[in-house]
Design a protein. Sequence first.
Length: 581
Amino acid sequence: MFDILIKLKWYFKKHKLKYGVILVLLLMQNVLDTLPPLFLGRVIDQISSGSMTQELMWESVGLLLSIILISYLFNYTWGYLLFGGAYDIESIIRTRLMGKFLLLSPSFYERNKTGDLMAKATNDLRSVNVALGFGVLTLLDSTVFLLTIVIVMGVTISWPLTFLAMLPLPLLAVIEAKIGKRINETHSESQKSFGAMNDSVLEVVEGVRLTRSFVQEDAENKRFRKMTGDYLDKFMKVERLDALFRPLTIIITTASFVTAFAFGSVLVNRGQITTGDIVAFNIYLNMLVWPMFAIGMLFNIMQRGNASYNRIIDVLDVVDDVGDDAVEKIENTSMNFSDVTFRYPTGDRESLQDINIELKAGETLGVVGRTASGKSTLIKQLLKFYPSGSGQLIIDGVKVSELSKSELREKIGYVSQENILFSRTVKENILFGRPDATEEEMFEAIRLSAFDQDLKNMPQGLETLVGEKGVALSGGQKQRISIARSLIKNPDILILDDALSAVDAKTEKRIIESIQKSRADKTTIIVTHRLSAVQHADLIIVMDDGEIIEIGDHKTLSSKEGWYSTQHSYYQTGGGPDDRV
C-alpha cells in the first residue's frame, strides 16, 4: 500500500528538512490537541467539588485560547509545506512525462493512444498528488495522532478503559486492507477506461467535419455513450468499495463509544475515575473518529495513488527503441544507402528491401512510386524515427545508427505529409523552425515557399491565428507554411515528403525553382507523386513494394520502358498521377 512513498523516496530524501519540520509540527500539534479535553475534565471536577474560582476560570479560558492559536499556526505551517510539496512532486513528474513524450519514437505512439497518455498526465497525476498530500496527512493522523490520543487516554484516565475501547480497531484495519487491495485493481481498470474515453473525445473533435459530412452524428453519439457507460460502470465499482469505509468506521466507532460508556460508568461508581475523566474520555473518543476514519481513507487514497503512479512509471521507464549514440559531427551531407532492409516493429513483412542509393553532397534526390510503396518509410529511416534495419545508412562517412538524434535532425529540414501546425500565429509557426531568425530571413522563407501572396490577403498578416492544427487554413496554405518553417532553418538536407500535393502546378513550379536556386549547394530529397516536381533531380528512384525498381535521372528513366516512362507519358497527354499503373 505504501509502495508509492518508497518509489518517491528520491524526493523525500532531497527535501528531508522540510518533511522533518512537517513531522515535528504535526507531533507538537497532536500534543496540543490533546490538552483541551484534559483541561475541560479538570474544570468539570473543580466545578463539581466547588473549588472553581473566577480567577481559575479566566486562567483556563486564556490557556485554552492560547492553545487554539498556537495549534492554528502549527496547522497552517505544516499544511502549507505538506500540500505544497505534493504539488511540487506533481509538477516534477508532469515535466518528466512531457520530456519523455518529446523523446520517444513514433513506435511508442503507435502502441499507446493519445487519450490514455493524457489521462496519465492529468487524472493519474492528480491521484498521486492526493496520495502525497492528503494521503500523507491521513497516514500521520491515523498513526501518530491516534497513538498520541491513546497514550494520553491511558496515562491520564485509565489504561483498562482505553484498552477495551480500542479493541475494535484491529478488525477495522484488517477489513479495510482487503478492501483497499480491491480498490487498487478496480481503480487501474477505471483509469484505463477513462483513457479510452478521452481518446474517443479527441477523435470526435478532430473528425467532427468528417462525421457531419457522412451524417454519422447519431452513430458517434451512441458509440461515445457506450464508452461513457463503460467508464461509469468501472468507476462505480471503485465508489462502491470506497463507500464501505465510512459505515465501517461509524459502526466500529459506535462500538467503542458503547464500550467506553458502559465500562466507564462502572469505574466512576467504583471511584477509580471521576465524572470529569469520563467526559474527557468521551471527548478523546470523539477525537478518535477522524483517525479511525483516516485509516479507511488511507487505504483508499494510497491504493489509488499507487495504481496511478504505476501507470505513469510504465511511461517513464520506457526505453526508446531508437539509439542515440553520439560521435563526431557530420560536416557535409553525402549519403549512402547500402543494402538497407527494414521492417516496422509491429509489421509482419519487410517495408524496405535491399535499398542502395549513393547521393553526393549538394545533389537532389527524387523519390516516386505507387502509394504505400515505401517512399515515406525510406525517409523515416533517414530521420531515425524507428530502429535501424539491416544494411548501412551512412551520412558523411558516419553510420546514422551512431549519430545522436539531435545532431542528425539539426542538419535536416523535414516537411511531412501531415503538415502539423500549432494553434498559434502564422509567424510563430514559421519561426518554430528557427526562433532566432531575423525578420529578413523569415520573409525570404515565406517568398521561397510562395506564401507571400496568401499572407497579404490574410486580415492580420503574420499575426493571423491558424486555428487548432491549422483548421482555419487551406491544405495548400498549411503545406507552404510548413515548407517556410523548414526553409527558414536553412538545413543542410531538406526533405519534402509529398509536401506539394495540395498546391497547384503553377505554385509547385515556383516553389521548386526557388528551392533549386537557393539550395544549389545543399542536398534536397523530394518525395512526390508528381513527376514534374522531380524532373530536375540529379537522381530519381522509383519504388514499389519496398524495393527500388528503377533508378536514374529524368532523361534516362523517361526513355526506358517502365513505371516512370508510363507515368511521364500519361502526364504529357494531360493526365495526373495514376497509382493503378
